[in-house]
Write a protein that binds this ligand. Structure first.
Ligand SMILES: [Zn+2]
Length: 414
Protein backbone atom coordinates (compact mmCIF):
# COMPACT_ATOMS: atom_id res chain seq x y z
CA UNK A 1 0.00 0.00 0.00
CA UNK A 2 1.77 3.11 -1.15
CA UNK A 3 0.41 6.52 -0.42
CA UNK A 4 0.76 9.89 -2.05
CA UNK A 5 2.96 11.82 0.37
CA UNK A 6 2.33 15.21 -1.20
CA UNK A 7 -1.41 15.38 -0.51
CA UNK A 8 -4.11 14.07 1.77
CA UNK A 9 -4.72 10.35 1.30
CA UNK A 10 -7.80 9.59 -0.75
CA UNK A 11 -10.80 7.55 0.30
CA UNK A 12 -9.62 4.47 -1.59
CA UNK A 13 -6.30 4.41 0.21
CA UNK A 14 -7.89 4.79 3.65
CA UNK A 15 -10.53 2.18 2.82
CA UNK A 16 -7.83 -0.28 1.72
CA UNK A 17 -5.97 0.17 5.00
CA UNK A 18 -9.16 -0.14 7.04
CA UNK A 19 -10.20 -3.32 5.24
CA UNK A 20 -6.75 -4.85 5.64
CA UNK A 21 -6.94 -4.14 9.39
CA UNK A 22 -10.52 -5.36 9.62
CA UNK A 23 -9.53 -8.80 8.36
CA UNK A 24 -6.91 -9.35 11.05
CA UNK A 25 -8.47 -8.15 14.32
CA UNK A 26 -6.29 -8.85 17.35
CA UNK A 27 -7.32 -8.61 20.99
CA UNK A 28 -5.36 -7.17 23.88
CA UNK A 29 -1.94 -5.61 24.19
CA UNK A 30 -0.14 -7.69 21.58
CA UNK A 31 -1.26 -7.05 18.03
CA UNK A 32 1.68 -8.09 15.82
CA UNK A 33 -0.14 -8.17 12.47
CA UNK A 34 -1.86 -4.87 13.13
CA UNK A 35 1.41 -3.31 14.20
CA UNK A 36 3.11 -4.56 11.01
CA UNK A 37 0.37 -2.99 8.85
CA UNK A 38 0.71 0.33 10.67
CA UNK A 39 4.50 0.34 10.37
CA UNK A 40 4.23 -0.38 6.66
CA UNK A 41 1.72 2.42 6.15
CA UNK A 42 3.89 4.92 8.07
CA UNK A 43 7.12 4.01 6.30
CA UNK A 44 8.33 6.76 4.03
CA UNK A 45 6.50 9.53 5.88
CA UNK A 46 9.65 10.65 7.66
CA UNK A 47 8.41 10.07 11.19
CA UNK A 48 10.59 9.04 14.13
CA UNK A 49 9.09 5.65 14.95
CA UNK A 50 9.23 3.75 18.24
CA UNK A 51 7.47 0.51 19.08
CA UNK A 52 6.36 -0.73 22.48
CA UNK A 53 8.20 -3.18 24.72
CA UNK A 54 5.32 -4.55 26.77
CA UNK A 55 2.71 -3.97 24.08
CA UNK A 56 2.50 -3.68 20.29
CA UNK A 57 2.22 0.09 20.29
CA UNK A 58 3.55 2.35 17.57
CA UNK A 59 4.54 5.92 18.35
CA UNK A 60 5.37 8.19 15.43
CA UNK A 61 6.78 11.66 15.93
CA UNK A 62 6.57 14.20 13.11
CA UNK A 63 9.03 17.05 13.51
CA UNK A 64 7.63 20.23 12.02
CA UNK A 65 10.05 22.31 9.94
CA UNK A 66 8.57 25.79 10.42
CA UNK A 67 11.15 28.26 11.61
CA UNK A 68 10.23 29.10 15.22
CA UNK A 69 12.22 29.68 18.36
CA UNK A 70 12.63 26.53 20.40
CA UNK A 71 10.68 28.00 23.31
CA UNK A 72 7.73 28.58 20.99
CA UNK A 73 7.64 25.11 19.52
CA UNK A 74 4.51 23.28 20.49
CA UNK A 75 3.53 19.64 20.61
CA UNK A 76 0.24 17.89 19.97
CA UNK A 77 -0.75 14.24 20.44
CA UNK A 78 -3.26 12.35 18.30
CA UNK A 79 -4.41 8.96 19.46
CA UNK A 80 -5.95 6.02 17.61
CA UNK A 81 -6.68 2.70 19.29
CA UNK A 82 -6.00 -0.46 17.29
CA UNK A 83 -7.44 -3.48 19.11
CA UNK A 84 -10.39 -5.71 18.25
CA UNK A 85 -12.82 -7.62 20.45
CA UNK A 86 -13.37 -11.31 21.22
CA UNK A 87 -16.57 -11.45 19.15
CA UNK A 88 -17.37 -13.73 16.21
CA UNK A 89 -18.24 -11.46 13.29
CA UNK A 90 -21.77 -11.98 11.98
CA UNK A 91 -21.43 -9.57 9.06
CA UNK A 92 -20.96 -11.09 5.65
CA UNK A 93 -18.65 -8.79 3.75
CA UNK A 94 -15.71 -9.70 1.56
CA UNK A 95 -13.28 -8.16 4.06
CA UNK A 96 -14.79 -9.90 7.10
CA UNK A 97 -12.56 -11.04 9.93
CA UNK A 98 -10.28 -13.93 9.08
CA UNK A 99 -9.45 -14.38 12.76
CA UNK A 100 -12.13 -16.69 14.09
CA UNK A 101 -13.62 -15.34 17.29
CA UNK A 102 -12.20 -11.86 16.91
CA UNK A 103 -13.77 -8.80 15.31
CA UNK A 104 -13.22 -5.10 14.91
CA UNK A 105 -16.64 -4.45 16.43
CA UNK A 106 -15.77 -1.09 18.00
CA UNK A 107 -14.37 0.52 14.87
CA UNK A 108 -10.78 0.72 16.06
CA UNK A 109 -9.75 -0.35 12.55
CA UNK A 110 -11.27 2.92 11.34
CA UNK A 111 -9.45 4.86 14.08
CA UNK A 112 -6.14 3.34 13.01
CA UNK A 113 -6.79 4.13 9.34
CA UNK A 114 -7.83 7.71 10.18
CA UNK A 115 -4.70 8.26 12.25
CA UNK A 116 -2.55 6.94 9.39
CA UNK A 117 -4.41 9.35 7.11
CA UNK A 118 -3.75 12.24 9.48
CA UNK A 119 -0.07 11.30 9.64
CA UNK A 120 0.20 11.25 5.85
CA UNK A 121 -1.57 14.62 5.55
CA UNK A 122 0.54 16.31 8.21
CA UNK A 123 3.76 14.80 6.90
CA UNK A 124 2.97 16.52 3.60
CA UNK A 125 2.72 19.85 5.46
CA UNK A 126 5.69 19.55 7.75
CA UNK A 127 7.29 22.78 6.54
CA UNK A 128 4.25 24.64 7.95
CA UNK A 129 4.30 22.99 11.37
CA UNK A 130 5.79 25.04 14.23
CA UNK A 131 6.20 22.02 16.46
CA UNK A 132 5.82 18.28 16.71
CA UNK A 133 2.97 15.82 16.32
CA UNK A 134 2.92 12.57 18.29
CA UNK A 135 0.86 9.82 16.64
CA UNK A 136 -0.16 7.35 19.34
CA UNK A 137 -1.21 3.98 17.87
CA UNK A 138 -2.49 2.18 20.94
CA UNK A 139 -3.28 -1.49 21.58
CA UNK A 140 -5.37 -2.81 24.44
CA UNK A 141 -8.08 -0.17 24.80
CA UNK A 142 -10.75 -2.79 25.42
CA UNK A 143 -10.03 -3.49 29.07
CA UNK A 144 -6.24 -3.89 28.90
CA UNK A 145 -5.32 -0.31 29.80
CA UNK A 146 -3.00 0.05 26.83
CA UNK A 147 -2.84 3.81 27.42
CA UNK A 148 -1.30 3.22 30.86
CA UNK A 149 1.29 0.88 29.35
CA UNK A 150 2.15 3.46 26.69
CA UNK A 151 2.39 6.26 29.27
CA UNK A 152 4.70 4.03 31.32
CA UNK A 153 6.79 3.53 28.17
CA UNK A 154 7.07 7.26 27.59
CA UNK A 155 4.49 8.25 24.96
CA UNK A 156 3.92 11.60 26.69
CA UNK A 157 7.62 12.42 26.34
CA UNK A 158 8.07 10.93 22.87
CA UNK A 159 8.70 14.32 21.27
CA UNK A 160 11.04 15.48 24.03
CA UNK A 161 8.42 17.82 25.41
CA UNK A 162 4.96 17.33 26.88
CA UNK A 163 2.08 17.70 24.41
CA UNK A 164 0.15 20.97 24.75
CA UNK A 165 -3.02 19.27 23.55
CA UNK A 166 -4.29 15.73 22.89
CA UNK A 167 -7.14 14.61 20.65
CA UNK A 168 -9.00 11.39 19.87
CA UNK A 169 -12.00 10.48 17.79
CA UNK A 170 -14.29 7.45 18.21
CA UNK A 171 -16.69 6.15 15.57
CA UNK A 172 -20.17 5.30 16.83
CA UNK A 173 -22.93 3.17 15.35
CA UNK A 174 -26.49 3.45 16.58
CA UNK A 175 -25.86 6.54 18.66
CA UNK A 176 -25.47 9.49 16.35
CA UNK A 177 -26.64 10.54 12.90
CA UNK A 178 -24.11 9.73 10.22
CA UNK A 179 -21.15 12.09 9.90
CA UNK A 180 -22.15 14.14 12.95
CA UNK A 181 -19.32 14.90 15.38
CA UNK A 182 -20.41 15.02 19.01
CA UNK A 183 -18.71 16.04 22.18
CA UNK A 184 -19.19 17.89 25.42
CA UNK A 185 -17.17 19.83 27.95
CA UNK A 186 -16.37 18.00 31.17
CA UNK A 187 -17.26 14.32 31.66
CA UNK A 188 -17.53 12.57 28.30
CA UNK A 189 -17.31 8.94 29.45
CA UNK A 190 -17.59 7.25 32.82
CA UNK A 191 -15.04 6.01 35.29
CA UNK A 192 -15.16 2.22 35.11
CA UNK A 193 -14.48 0.06 38.15
CA UNK A 194 -14.90 -3.55 39.15
CA UNK A 195 -16.23 -4.90 42.42
CA UNK A 196 -15.35 -8.55 43.16
CA UNK A 197 -16.75 -10.27 46.20
CA UNK A 198 -16.11 -13.75 47.60
CA UNK A 199 -18.30 -14.89 50.48
CA UNK A 200 -16.76 -17.62 52.60
CA UNK A 201 -19.33 -19.90 54.25
CA UNK A 202 -19.20 -23.37 55.68
CA UNK A 203 -20.15 -26.17 53.29
CA UNK A 204 -22.40 -29.05 54.22
CA UNK A 205 -25.36 -31.25 53.29
CA UNK A 206 -28.34 -29.55 51.66
CA UNK A 207 -30.67 -31.36 54.04
CA UNK A 208 -29.14 -29.68 57.10
CA UNK A 209 -28.48 -25.97 56.44
CA UNK A 210 -28.47 -25.29 60.17
CA UNK A 211 -25.26 -27.33 60.44
CA UNK A 212 -23.57 -25.32 57.65
CA UNK A 213 -23.39 -21.66 56.71
CA UNK A 214 -24.71 -21.13 53.24
CA UNK A 215 -22.80 -18.34 51.49
CA UNK A 216 -25.40 -18.15 48.69
CA UNK A 217 -28.09 -16.52 50.82
CA UNK A 218 -25.64 -13.89 52.07
CA UNK A 219 -24.30 -13.24 48.59
CA UNK A 220 -27.84 -12.91 47.21
CA UNK A 221 -28.67 -10.36 49.91
CA UNK A 222 -25.53 -8.45 49.01
CA UNK A 223 -26.58 -8.30 45.35
CA UNK A 224 -30.01 -6.91 46.29
CA UNK A 225 -28.50 -4.38 48.67
CA UNK A 226 -25.88 -3.29 46.12
CA UNK A 227 -28.47 -2.82 43.40
CA UNK A 228 -30.40 -0.53 45.76
CA UNK A 229 -27.28 1.49 46.62
CA UNK A 230 -27.25 3.88 43.68
CA UNK A 231 -30.77 5.12 44.30
CA UNK A 232 -30.33 5.22 48.10
CA UNK A 233 -26.92 6.79 48.64
CA UNK A 234 -26.07 8.89 45.58
CA UNK A 235 -27.79 12.12 44.63
CA UNK A 236 -30.38 12.06 41.87
CA UNK A 237 -28.11 14.57 40.13
CA UNK A 238 -25.02 12.36 40.25
CA UNK A 239 -25.44 9.52 37.76
CA UNK A 240 -23.95 6.15 38.61
CA UNK A 241 -24.34 2.56 37.44
CA UNK A 242 -23.84 -0.52 39.60
CA UNK A 243 -24.63 -3.80 37.91
CA UNK A 244 -23.80 -7.33 39.05
CA UNK A 245 -22.93 -9.24 35.90
CA UNK A 246 -21.51 -12.45 37.25
CA UNK A 247 -22.53 -14.77 40.09
CA UNK A 248 -21.06 -18.20 40.75
CA UNK A 249 -21.84 -20.68 43.51
CA UNK A 250 -22.54 -24.34 44.06
CA UNK A 251 -22.33 -27.58 42.14
CA UNK A 252 -25.42 -29.65 43.12
CA UNK A 253 -28.80 -29.17 44.73
CA UNK A 254 -28.00 -31.18 47.83
CA UNK A 255 -24.67 -29.56 48.56
CA UNK A 256 -24.16 -26.33 50.48
CA UNK A 257 -21.06 -24.82 48.86
CA UNK A 258 -18.25 -23.37 50.94
CA UNK A 259 -18.18 -20.15 48.95
CA UNK A 260 -20.06 -17.89 46.59
CA UNK A 261 -18.63 -15.13 44.45
CA UNK A 262 -19.90 -12.38 42.23
CA UNK A 263 -18.66 -9.30 40.43
CA UNK A 264 -20.15 -5.99 39.37
CA UNK A 265 -19.28 -3.07 37.16
CA UNK A 266 -19.45 0.25 38.99
CA UNK A 267 -19.50 3.42 36.90
CA UNK A 268 -19.79 7.10 37.74
CA UNK A 269 -18.59 10.53 36.64
CA UNK A 270 -16.76 12.08 39.56
CA UNK A 271 -14.08 11.13 42.06
CA UNK A 272 -16.33 12.12 44.97
CA UNK A 273 -19.08 9.71 43.92
CA UNK A 274 -16.52 7.01 43.23
CA UNK A 275 -14.98 7.32 46.71
CA UNK A 276 -18.44 7.14 48.24
CA UNK A 277 -19.55 4.16 46.13
CA UNK A 278 -16.42 2.20 46.96
CA UNK A 279 -16.91 2.80 50.69
CA UNK A 280 -20.62 1.88 50.40
CA UNK A 281 -19.88 -1.35 48.53
CA UNK A 282 -17.36 -2.43 51.15
CA UNK A 283 -19.65 -1.53 54.05
CA UNK A 284 -22.70 -3.31 52.59
CA UNK A 285 -20.83 -6.53 51.75
CA UNK A 286 -18.99 -6.74 55.07
CA UNK A 287 -22.15 -5.79 56.95
CA UNK A 288 -24.30 -8.45 55.30
CA UNK A 289 -21.56 -11.04 55.79
CA UNK A 290 -21.35 -10.21 59.49
CA UNK A 291 -25.12 -10.52 59.84
CA UNK A 292 -24.80 -14.08 58.48
CA UNK A 293 -21.74 -14.87 60.63
CA UNK A 294 -19.64 -15.12 57.48
CA UNK A 295 -16.58 -13.46 56.06
CA UNK A 296 -16.53 -11.56 52.78
CA UNK A 297 -13.47 -10.70 50.75
CA UNK A 298 -14.17 -7.47 48.90
CA UNK A 299 -11.98 -6.16 46.11
CA UNK A 300 -12.75 -2.85 44.44
CA UNK A 301 -10.53 -2.20 41.45
CA UNK A 302 -10.44 1.22 39.84
CA UNK A 303 -10.02 0.63 36.11
CA UNK A 304 -10.40 3.60 33.74
CA UNK A 305 -10.86 7.09 35.19
CA UNK A 306 -13.53 9.54 34.00
CA UNK A 307 -12.81 10.84 30.49
CA UNK A 308 -12.80 14.59 31.06
CA UNK A 309 -12.85 16.89 28.06
CA UNK A 310 -11.27 20.25 28.68
CA UNK A 311 -13.97 22.93 28.13
CA UNK A 312 -11.68 25.27 26.22
CA UNK A 313 -10.46 22.37 24.08
CA UNK A 314 -14.06 21.51 23.24
CA UNK A 315 -14.74 25.13 22.24
CA UNK A 316 -11.57 25.12 20.12
CA UNK A 317 -12.64 21.88 18.39
CA UNK A 318 -16.15 23.25 17.82
CA UNK A 319 -14.68 26.06 15.73
CA UNK A 320 -12.67 23.51 13.75
CA UNK A 321 -15.80 21.42 13.10
CA UNK A 322 -17.84 24.44 12.06
CA UNK A 323 -15.12 25.67 9.70
CA UNK A 324 -14.53 22.26 8.12
CA UNK A 325 -17.98 20.69 8.01
CA UNK A 326 -20.52 23.32 9.09
CA UNK A 327 -22.32 23.57 12.41
CA UNK A 328 -25.10 21.23 11.23
CA UNK A 329 -22.62 18.40 11.66
CA UNK A 330 -21.72 19.35 15.21
CA UNK A 331 -23.65 18.16 18.23
CA UNK A 332 -23.20 19.07 21.86
CA UNK A 333 -24.07 16.07 23.98
CA UNK A 334 -26.36 16.85 26.90
CA UNK A 335 -25.11 13.88 28.90
CA UNK A 336 -21.96 11.79 28.94
CA UNK A 337 -22.12 8.09 28.09
CA UNK A 338 -21.51 5.33 30.63
CA UNK A 339 -18.88 3.55 28.56
CA UNK A 340 -15.26 4.09 29.54
CA UNK A 341 -12.02 4.90 27.74
CA UNK A 342 -8.37 4.75 28.65
CA UNK A 343 -7.80 7.94 26.63
CA UNK A 344 -8.94 9.36 29.98
CA UNK A 345 -5.39 8.67 31.20
CA UNK A 346 -3.94 10.91 28.49
CA UNK A 347 -6.49 13.61 29.35
CA UNK A 348 -5.44 13.44 33.00
CA UNK A 349 -2.00 14.60 31.91
CA UNK A 350 -2.70 16.72 28.82
CA UNK A 351 -5.67 19.01 28.14
CA UNK A 352 -7.69 18.08 25.10
CA UNK A 353 -10.76 16.21 24.05
CA UNK A 354 -12.33 13.07 22.70
CA UNK A 355 -15.18 13.23 20.19
CA UNK A 356 -17.62 10.77 18.69
CA UNK A 357 -18.16 10.52 14.95
CA UNK A 358 -21.49 9.11 13.74
CA UNK A 359 -20.67 6.14 11.51
CA UNK A 360 -23.75 3.94 11.30
CA UNK A 361 -23.95 2.23 7.94
CA UNK A 362 -27.55 3.36 7.48
CA UNK A 363 -29.51 6.61 7.63
CA UNK A 364 -31.79 4.78 10.09
CA UNK A 365 -29.06 5.16 12.68
CA UNK A 366 -31.39 4.79 15.68
CA UNK A 367 -31.96 1.16 14.72
CA UNK A 368 -28.40 0.38 13.68
CA UNK A 369 -26.52 -2.21 15.77
CA UNK A 370 -24.40 -0.65 18.50
CA UNK A 371 -20.63 -0.81 18.79
CA UNK A 372 -19.62 -4.23 20.19
CA UNK A 373 -22.47 -5.99 18.36
CA UNK A 374 -21.44 -8.90 16.10
CA UNK A 375 -23.73 -7.29 13.51
CA UNK A 376 -22.26 -3.79 13.59
CA UNK A 377 -21.23 -2.30 10.23
CA UNK A 378 -19.40 1.01 10.14
CA UNK A 379 -19.69 3.51 7.33
CA UNK A 380 -16.28 3.67 5.68
CA UNK A 381 -17.10 6.93 3.94
CA UNK A 382 -16.39 8.78 7.21
CA UNK A 383 -12.70 7.88 6.95
CA UNK A 384 -11.52 10.99 5.04
CA UNK A 385 -13.47 13.31 7.33
CA UNK A 386 -12.11 11.60 10.42
CA UNK A 387 -8.55 11.79 9.11
CA UNK A 388 -8.85 15.42 8.06
CA UNK A 389 -10.54 16.42 11.35
CA UNK A 390 -7.64 14.93 13.31
CA UNK A 391 -5.01 16.52 11.10
CA UNK A 392 -6.73 19.91 11.24
CA UNK A 393 -7.00 19.72 15.04
CA UNK A 394 -3.28 18.98 15.19
CA UNK A 395 -2.35 21.71 12.72
CA UNK A 396 -4.37 24.37 14.53
CA UNK A 397 -3.18 23.21 17.95
CA UNK A 398 0.33 23.97 16.72
CA UNK A 399 -0.36 27.14 14.80
CA UNK A 400 -3.19 28.82 16.75
CA UNK A 401 -1.09 29.26 19.85
CA UNK A 402 -3.06 32.40 20.71
CA UNK A 403 -6.31 30.44 20.86
CA UNK A 404 -4.66 27.85 23.03
CA UNK A 405 -2.86 30.31 25.29
CA UNK A 406 0.89 30.22 25.75
CA UNK A 407 0.77 27.39 28.22
CA UNK A 408 -1.89 25.44 26.41
CA UNK A 409 -5.43 24.92 27.59
CA UNK A 410 -6.08 25.67 31.26
CA UNK A 411 -6.02 22.45 33.22
CA UNK A 412 -9.33 21.20 34.52
CA UNK A 413 -9.77 19.53 37.85
CA UNK A 414 -11.39 16.12 37.79
ZN1 LIG B 1 -13.89 1.55 21.20
Amino acid sequence: MSHPSDRAPDTGYLTDIRRALHQVPEVGLHLPRTQALVLEALSGLGLDIATGVNCSSVVGVLRGDADVADAERRCVLLRGDMDGLPIREAVDVEFRSRHDGAMHACGHDLHTAMLIGAAATLAGQRERLPGDVVFMFQPGEEGFDGAAVMIEEGVLDAAGRRPDAAWALHVMSGMLPRRVIAGRAGPMLAASNELRVTVHGVGGHGSAPHRARNPISAAAEMVSALHALVSRTTSAFEPAVLNVGEFHAGTMTNIIPPQACFSATVRCFSDEVLDQLEADCRRVCHGVATAHRLEAEVEFERLYPVTLNDPSAVAFAADVIDDMFGSSRRETMTTPVAGAEDFSRILQAVPGGMFFLGASDTEDWQNAPDNHSPHVVFDETVLPDGASFLSELALRSLTDAASLGQSGFPRQRS
